[in-house]
Design a protein around this ligand. Sequence first.
Ligand code: SF4
Length: 272
Amino acid sequence: MGREDAAVPPRATPSRQPGLTMSSPTPTLPLSLPELVAATKATLEKIAAEYTPAVFASSLAAEDMVLTDLILRNRLQDRIAIFTLETGRLHAETLGMLGRIKETYGYDVTPYRPQPEAVAAYVEQNGLNAFYDSIEMRKECCRIRKIEPLNRALAGNKAWITGQRRAQSQTRAELHVQEQDEAHGMAKFNPLADWSEDDVWQYIRSNNVPYNPLHDKGYPSIGCEPCTRAIQPGEDVRAGRWWWENPDSKECGLHVVDGKLIRIKSVSQQNA
Ligand code: SF4
């Protein structure tokens, strides 16, 4: 494993405190990487202390490898279990990350798979790649392969964690570090909400964190193989996800309920 992180104590600012950040989605001052790492570590430790059982939903992409590293490096895995949604349509490179995590950390990420009968019925009625035909068909595929397994993975927990960042897309511009997921009846944490793409890669490189080789081939954001393409320089980082759809509909449904993007309340909003 690489160098020790969190060497520099976090700098308190009026709206961005380390730990369970309840900050405005509009940052005031950018934090340095050591400050971000310290704040993220404090958030994970707070979750482990106060919100167990908790789970981390890992897509095995770069952001999620940062959180995987921080959870396992700080030995929080007994209180924060890591799972992934193995949809049956992932790239071989993405599936290969399960082995690399095992090799690097000795940890088995738990795969949650769709119900075989539901997949078979969808394919029989609509075709294997019917998600290209309409947004409704795409959402139904995501419901079967992602949302139903996600609901199973979240059941019985007090909190779940994602690797989403505010800067990733317009649908995530209002993301908070801590939110209340009303749909699942539990807290939801996005510990990397304040991180930039540069922060993610600086952390990965300086700590020798394993990452999906597709990131080196023009895939900044990685989902299922048939729904993800490489992007060109200058394109939005999520332009390769469901590229045939409008940007404001590009969420897989994991953060959407009844067709609407969940604007989950931040804790600060709830307490207001
Ligand atoms: S991302 Fe594509 S293949 Fe994967 S579950 Fe959604 S529609 Fe289906």
